[in-house]
Design a protein around this ligand. Sequence first.
Ligand code: HEC
Ligand code: HEC
Length: 410
Amino acid sequence: MSDERKDESTDLPKSPKWIWPFWTAVFVVLAFLIPNSWISDVKDVYGSDSATAFSSEVAALDDALLKGRPVQKTWDEVQRLKPQIMARRLARISKLSETQVGELTLLLRESQNRINAEATESGKRGQEKFRNEQIQSKFTRIHKAAIGPTLSKVERDIVANTPNGNVNAACENCHTSFMPNFDIVNPSPEDLWPRIPSKALSGRGLPILMDSLDLDAFKSGLGGEQSEFTCQTCHTSHGDKSFAVDIEKRRDAMGLWIEVYRIEDAVYVLAKVKNAGASHRAPGGYIGRAYAVVVEAFEGDNRDGTPLPHFYGERLPEVLRTDSMQAGTMFWRRMLDAEGNLTSDHRKATKITDDSRLLGDRFVDHRYVFKLPEPEGKTAYNVIVRLVYLPDYTTWEGSEDVEVRIFKTG
Ligand code: HEC
Ligand code: HEC
């Protein structure tokens, strides 16, 4: 049997062993000989990368970013070229004519200006979403699902490959942001931020994002090793999945401890808080955010009982108070508008009165006293202490309990 098969196969004409390597070599040589203009013609139809659509400056920069090589340009220069890089990335994955590439670049540049003009992350995200939708509707050849991820990757590549490997500088570009034409007087910037060199603050206006300044100011804090920390020691860059500071991260970073005891008709509550995870003050980010310690005390053994009157200790700002939520302390940058009302919107602010945010690795204690209805007796009571994160410190909307401690008698 096996002999028969052998005979059959020897009947077939056999090509020499070297024939495939030979043709491959011929193709490679030919590919080098084809004039460049032919290639760009073809590429104009099948994914544009022609020298005319993108300057060699943009192409070289983008290639470096794609390969993860540090780029030889300043942050500002890269930002200026970002819309072109984004257009190039989208063109790489879709068929676009040169005219379309031009239109796309223009759209990306205009949306970049709008994104930059927004002060908050949610505002920026809204503009990004709007940009992606515009691209979707105008350039139907670009695959819908690819737009967001492709453009986020550009941002990520830029941050990761900023000159000098100085990641802090890349972040600082935004994470030290001021609203100009805002005078800080009484308290002065030196009173508010004694650790930050006054030349970093004076005459620049209201700092609405100051994580980078904070990080510099607290170098000697957290474990003494902090000078080694960059933003990316703890955060990945924008666009990355694990980037958002979520409730889990806050829980890991923030500590809350309580002590409760009764003397006659008074219930004493001691709340200790610590920012054990952030090198900058907490909360980081936009000026309108806050952490709050909220202390509630009730008769009985749950929150259905009558609230005990708050007798001593700090109180929450009026806009946040409810029947039972009176006692509490804010960790925030408190701003007032022209009428002297509390505002979390820097555009309405005319004054900043404090920065009581939590320093890295420091305990902060606050005491609160509540009154029981009768001096002796056996009234049962319970105390609930929460550390709450407020994305907007003028409302409970969107707030999250980071830590909760409950004390009950008996
Ligand atoms: C183009 C401007 C810009 C650059 C550059 C930038 N950021 Fe941001 N980032 C922002 C803004 C604006 C926010 C929103 C702050 C807020 O809303 O509290 C933000 C938010 C964040 C947040 C919180 C996000 C969340 O969802 O919880 C982190 C963490 C952060 N940035 C880290 C970084 C790091 C690390 C770098 C550098 C590698 C960096 N950023 C560079 C503008 C920027
Ligand atoms: C040692 C770790 C560490 C370093 C270094 C660090 N952060 Fe943070 N960051 C945190 C933690 C933990 C939080 C959450 C606690 C809080 O609200 O501040 C946070 C919160 C933030 C927030 C607010 C996010 C939100 O939604 O509350 C921003 C923005 C931010 N960091 C930016 C930066 C930037 C920019 C740098 C560099 C200048 C930096 N961080 C350096 C740990 C760090």
